[in-house]
Design a protein around this ligand. Sequence first.
Ligand code: KG4
Ligand code: ZN
Length: 360
Amino acid sequence: MIILALESSCDETSAAIVERSDSGFKVLSNVIASQIETHRLYGGVVPEIASRAHIEAISKITYEAIETAEVNISEIGLVAVTANPGLIGALLVGVNFAKAFALANSIPLVAVDHIKGHIAAAYLTDDENSPRPPFLALAISGGHTSIYKVEDYTEYHTVGRTRDDAIGEAYDKIGRLIGIPYPAGRGFDELSSEGFFRASGECADPYKKYRKSDAYKNGTMTLPSPALSDGSLDFSFSGLKTAAVNLLNKYKMQGVELDRALFAARYTYEATEAVAKKIGMALSENPGFDLVVAGGVAANSHIRKRLSEVAKAAGARLFIPPLCYCGDNAAMIAAQGYYEYLSGNLSDSALNASAQDFEE
Ligand code: KG4
Ligand code: ZN
């Protein structure tokens, strides 16, 4: 089956053609039109500008995806589109285009949840190397920090979540305050690497040495853990964010120059250890489960490495999509769309977008 997928939930318009065969998924094209340069001027996503940019891009990139994949429209057997959660105006652009395309070409249509799509990025390979439900999934992105029990391809149960800010959102806000352009995650990652190296003096695995030594505890850069210590699998990133803002203000008021790399390392250490702690708990509560980690923040080199250690210690297999499928893209929507189709979750021209998470 040839699947056309569309994604427009935030600041990237994407269209993909993905082929599903007996052995697995093959991405034939995955075109992404990023609006990041436009939003960077404002330090974050401006919803109205995002919607307009999606409108301008969607038709062009859809036909580009079809041409790049060298398929005919008549070969497309399914249209999959992100319908929630996200910016409502942005989502509506993809949903309306997908409805029109499916109707005009008499192709079945399925609605896909963006977060389930992120996790389905782990399926974008042959089935032998894909996770099979049930498994645990961690979605870390600009809008989510959630742990799910994926009972089946379309059946998700939330077992942990942030009670306030998302990990990526906090990275972007704190990154901005230390001069990293939007979106700050990647720049923060690189700056943290420098900090771990400088603090630990270790070249091979500076994070590990940093974690095992007391180096990070020295000095004035104390930050709280965003892992709630109430026995739940929940997080609170607003506490870490506020403490980081206060720390930065204290430095400013005292006229002390901030060592940005050491600060970034300390912040990344707390974020990473919180995720590692909760995933360690979730894996021990669910013996035999494998782990999928997905979403834009799954590109973080320190989190990737640390979670591979946690999964190994728990005897779980870890699936993290390659970097190109961690951020927002339509190929992942195609993979989830295929399973929605198999489950009979078809949509029609009454489909509407929603800013909300899926209901359980
Ligand atoms: O999944 P995504 O592309 O969009 C949402 O669905 O939100 O995630 C975007 C988030 C941004 O907050 C961005 O700063 C963050 O992912 N991000 C990273 C890294 N690369 C992207 N955060 C930490 N480290 C990275 N290497
Ligand atoms: Zn996303």
